[in-house]
Design a binder for this molecule. Structure first.
Ligand SMILES: [Ca+2]
Ligand SMILES: [Ca+2]
Length: 115
C-alpha cells in the first residue's frame, strides 16, 4: 500500500485499540535477584571476578556492565564509565585484577557494599 495509507492505517489501528500495557509495566525497574545490598569488599570482588566470562583476567566494559546489572545498578553503562575513570589505572579500557581493588573500593563507596 502507499506509504501515506500505511501510516493512516497505523494511526487508525492504534487509536481504535486500547493500548495494551506490558504485564511488567507496574514492576519496579530492577528487582535484585540475589543481592542483599550488604556485600563486603570480598564479596563484591567475587561478583566482579565471576563476570570475567572469557577468563582473560580483565573485566571488559561488557563484563563490567553485567556485573553492575547484577549488583542492581539502574544505569550500568554510566556506572561502567565512572568505574573505568576511577579504577582503570593504565587506561586500557578494562579493569585488570590489579585494578579490581581500586574498583571495589569505589563501588563500595557508592553504596553497593558494606552497610
Ligand atoms: Ca574478561
Ligand atoms: Ca586497565
Amino acid at each position: 500500500m502507499p506509504l501515506v495509507t500505511y501510516f493512516d492505517h497505523i494511526a487508525n489501528s492504534s487509536s481504535s485499540k486500547p493500548v495494551k500495557l506490558s504485564p511488567f509495566a507496574n514492576m519496579p525497574l530492577y528487582v535484585p535477584k540475589s543481592i542483599n545490598l550488604s556485600l563486603n569488599e570480598e564479596q563484591l570482588k567475587a561478583v566482579f571476578r565471576k563476570h570475567d566470562v572469557n577468563g582473560d583476567g580483565c573485566l571488559s566494559k561488557d563484563e563490567l556492565m553485567k556485573a553492575f546489572r547484577e549488583l542492581g545498578s539502574r544505569n550500568p553503562s554510566w556506572r561502567v564509565r565512572r568505574s573505568l575513570h576511577h579504577a582503570d589505572g593504565n587506561g586500557d579500557g578494562t579493569i585488570s585484577l590489579d585494578e579490581l581493588d581500586e574498583l571495589v573500593k569505589y563501588v563500595a563507596k557508592q553504596g553497593y557494599g558494606i552497610n
